[in-house]
Design a protein around this ligand. Structure first.
Ligand code: F3S
Length: 390
């Protein structure tokens, strides 16, 4: 990979160990994928923030980077952590809270925005055609497909390295020729709500592997439904983007047809619980938008959540602040608007949560392995009904 003189200096350690280490990560990655050079990025987004999934070993590495002067050069946001600062922080064991806070402290020293969200695109406008280095798979698919930005699916370390260097290797989806459709998906199934979009993503992710599809007949989807599709597609496959609309050159591409029966079977396979009374009703995977907060607030208005049911709505502190009135209505009903936390990488099992009802296909997919919980997929309005009924 060609490096500028400045990049060579960083690689040779003239700008300190932290910058050198990050440059080594990027050069190794670039060489692996035959990138010709590094390109400047508008922003980076780092995953691997939760102590539950990160464990102890990487904390030392983060501390070393922070102590040796590692500082981000471009806006670098963080994925959600394992707890929120108001509700779960009081319920979880002190040693876990301490470890989690020490991780955040290292990121803080390095100048990462304590955004703690998997929907960084709600924090500020992402420019079309801008180059990014994002590591949250659901946000990667959303950024490439809906926002027209360009990001490979980074790992946590490579996204952090890109944030510190301010650049990423120029390969993969950064090149326009690698963004062309490689398969045509004809949706013949009726897409009734966001859970059908999630089921579609889970189904297609398995069939497409890393191929980019053009998906026909998405039936005027809202951005919130496309967010569910993006998250689910990235859950079961390595696809980093999709196109919506008509494909001009069908004959050369693999064809996939999706019927109602494919979606129903996917939902059946995802459903692991028959429990009538879940321990937790959860909305906000990926983190809620302002519009979703508004919808939830209107569904719970003047009503009360059943006493033994936990009802969590997860979002970023940014969205909670701008949607303060909606958050207030949700909390008045007995729900909890949790900020900066991902339920899937929190310690739900330590809170006695064994069954989860949610509108997120991604959460339902991961709940048995990561949360040791059974799960049911249901649209937002049914989730809220369940929370109110208990
Ligand atoms: Fe976000 Fe966690 Fe879902 S990071 S996309 S809430 S699994």
């Amino acid at each position: 990979m060609y490096l500028t003189r400045e990049e060579e200096r960083i690689l040779n350690g003239e700008c300190g160990w932290a910058n050198q280490t990050c440059m080594k990560i990027l050069v190794r990655l670039g060489d692996l994928f035959d990138a010709q050079k590094l390109i400047p990025i508008d922003s980076a987004h780092v995953s691997g923030v939760s102590y539950k999934t990160l464990g102890d070993a990487p904390i030392e590495f983060l501390k070393a980077l922070a102590d040796c002067g590692g500082r981000v050069k471009v806006k670098t946001t963080l994925n959600p952590q394992s707890l929120d600062p108001k509700y779960l922080v009081k319920k979880l064991p002190e040693n876990l809270v301490k470890k989690q806070l020490s991780i955040l402290e290292q990121f803080d020293k390095m100048g990462l925005a304590q955004s703690l969200t998997c929907t960084p695109y709600y924090l500020s406008k992402v420019k079309s055609d801008s180059h990014l280095a994002w590591a949250e798979s659901s946000a990667v698919v959303y950024a490439n497909s809906i926002l027209g930005a360009r990001t490979n699916r980074e790992g946590g370390p490579s996204a952090l390295a890109a944030g510190i260097v301010g650049k990423t290797p120029n390969y993969g989806i950064h090149h326009p020729e690698n963004r062309k459709p490689e398969a045509v998906v004809k949706v013949e199934a009726r897409l009734r709500d966001e859970t059908d979009f999630g089921a579609l993503g889970i189904h297609l992710g398995k069939l497409l592997h890393d191929k980019i599809p053009v998906i026909e007949n998405l039936q005027r989807p809202s951005v919130n439904k496309l967010k569910q599709l993006s998250a689910a597609l990235a859950t079961t496959g390595m696809t980093n983007m999709f196109h919506c609309g008509k494909c001009p050159k069908k004959q050369e591409l693999e064809k996939i047809t999706v019927q109602d029966s494919d979606l129903r079977r996917t939902v059946e396979e995802l459903t692991t619980s028959q429990a009538k009374k879940p321990d937790l009703v959860f909305l906000g995977c990926p983190h809620c938008s302002l519009n979703e907060m508004k919808q939830i607030a209107s569904l719970v208005q003047e009503k009360k959540v059943a006493p033994e049911t936990e009802f969590w709505v997860c979002t970023s502190s940014h969205v909670k602040n701008i949607g303060e009135e909606y958050a207030r209505d949700i909390e008045k009903s007995g729900g909890h608007v949790l900020t900066g936390v991902c339920t899937v990488v929190s310690w739900t099992e330590k809170l006695g949560i064994r069954t989860i009802v949610t509108n997120s296909a991604k959460t339902v997919y991961y709940a048995p392995s990561l949360c040791k919980a059974e799960a049911v997929l249901a649209p937002m309005k049914d989730c809220v009904k369940t929370a109110l009924r208990g």
